[in-house]
Design a protein around this ligand. Structure first.
Ligand code: GTR
Length: 325
């Protein structure tokens, strides 16, 4: 739903179709699980400023951070039905909805953050954004999310064998579940907002995430062992509800698309700075960072690749990602 402000009560009551008309200001509601100040939240706010300028104030964006509109899985459904206009989510929770998103989410698919940026900024990225359209969503842009690594409350993990039998929370995605199980550990899919207390009460032994999430969600207060296995470089994605998108005039759609692309540059600047800052905060707080030989973990992913690269198209997508410099 596009949320209108500055409309008279009368137009509101009659469900006016003033959206996009010269005098009305329409506020696009955007969801994010992260707290205010997090790079994704700030990047969407920046995109909103660009949209406001470029539409002469006809449209603006309000970011509901800190999961105010719900946990990611629920907000995706609300975005598909048009209750939420914009949503910045990890690609992970989309894995079961848009099969193409499983490919960049596969462990060790990207060689580095640079490699991920090259792929997602090019034609492959556009192709994956387009794939959202058959699922009532419009893919607008990809943001950075660094590399995800495991952390836990119990011990330093320096080899794959150390993970055996441990319980790790993962994003609600089968790719993530299968990854953890293939490592000999046990996966517990769970909403992000429940992880802190699950770590604290021992329902799980650990979880996995990048530095800024590990720090801003305060998981480092209870999980003091972080292993630099960097198993996934999963991009974040910014999507719009197809229902909200269809209410925009074509020139406004172009403005929204361009503003989203322009916000990527800003996001990456904020991201690079935040990664360093967050790592520093957690290390100063006593988190022990362990190195690990990644090769056994990479080898263990073979069945996971086989499962998710299940069609010639998905195999081809993976091959093209790997062939990108
Ligand atoms: C973060 C990501 C969030 C959320 C979270 C999680 O890295 O930015 O959107 O998916 O991970 O683990 O749930």
């Amino acid at each position: 739903m596009l949320h209108l402000s500055k409309l008279t009560a009368v137009t509101f009551v009659f469900g006016s179709l003033l959206v996009g008309s010269a005098n009305a200001e329409a506020v696009l509601r955007s969801s994010d699980t992260h707290p205010d100040g997090y790079p994704t939240v700030e990047a969407v706010k920046y995109m909103g400023e660009l949209i406001k300028q470029r539409t002469n104030g006809r449209y603006s964006v309000e970011v509901y951070h800190s999961a105010q509109l719900g946990e990611e899985k629920d907000t995706i459904e609300q975005t598909q039905t048009g209750v939420i206009d914009l949503n910045r989510v990890s690609m992970g929770p989309f894995n079961g909805i848009v099969p193409q998103t499983a490919v960049p989410s596969l462990p060790y698919m990207f060689r580095s953050v640079e490699h991920m940026r090259h792929v997602m900024d090019g034609p492959i990225g556009d192709e994956i954004l387009k794939a959202f359209e058959t699922h009532d969503l419009v893919g607008l842009a990809f943001y950075d999310s660094g590399a995800r690594s495991f952390y836990n409350t119990k011990k330093d993990i320096t080899s794959m064998a150390d993970m055996k039998g441990m319980k790790f929370r993962v994003i609600q995605s089968d790719v993530f579940v299968d990854m953890v199980n293939a490592l000999g550990a046990n996966a517990t899919p769970m909403a992000y907002g429940e992880v802190y207390s699950a770590l604290q009460t021992g329902v799980i032994d650990g979880a996995e995430n990048n530095w800024p999430s590990f720090e801003s969600a305060k998981h480092f207060e209870v999980a003091k062992h972080y292993t630099l296995d960097q198993h996934q470089i999963v991009p974040e994605v910014l999507v719009m509800s197809k229902a909200s998108w269809d209410k925009l005039a074509p020139e406004d759609q172009a403005i929204v698309r361009q503003a989203a692309k322009d916000s990527v540059v800003k996001m990456r600047e904020l991201w690079d700075a935040q990664e360093k800052k967050s790592r520093d905060i957690v290390e100063k707080a006593g988190v022990k960072v362990s190195e690990i030989d990644k090769q056994p973990l990479i080898d263990a992913m073979k069945p996971v690749y086989e499962k998710y690269l299940s069609t010639p198209e998905l195999k081809d997508l993976a091959a093209r990602i790997q062939a990108t410099k």
